[in-house]
Design a protein. Structure first.
Length: 86
């Protein structure tokens, strides 16, 4: 009986920890989404909802760093990988 209680307690603790970790990921994603939206609103001069090459070139160094952190520079799935030539 004691073994069963210990096992149930362990499973319950594991479930609680995994739920808390999942909630933390959601808040990080929503923060990044809000930051990305703010950067687009700030630099999107043609108001198409995207930042093109010229608009990204006008970003401050600080905002470029933020843009990279919030996923602004991520590749599309169908975009080929660039090779590093050294």
């Amino acid at each position: 009986m004691k073994k069963l209680l210990v096992i149930l307690l362990g499973v319950t603790c594991a479930m609680v920890l995994s739920v808390k970790a999942a909630e933390g990921d959601k808040s990080d994603k929503s923060d990044a989404k809000a930051e990305r939206k703010a950067l687009i609103e700030k630099y999107d001069t043609n108001k198409d909802g995207k930042l093109d090459k010229d608009e990204r070139a006008k970003m401050s160094a600080e905002d470029k760093e933020k843009w990279g952190k919030v996923g602004g520079g991520k590749k599309k799935k169908d975009e080929p990988a660039k090779e590093n030539k050294q």
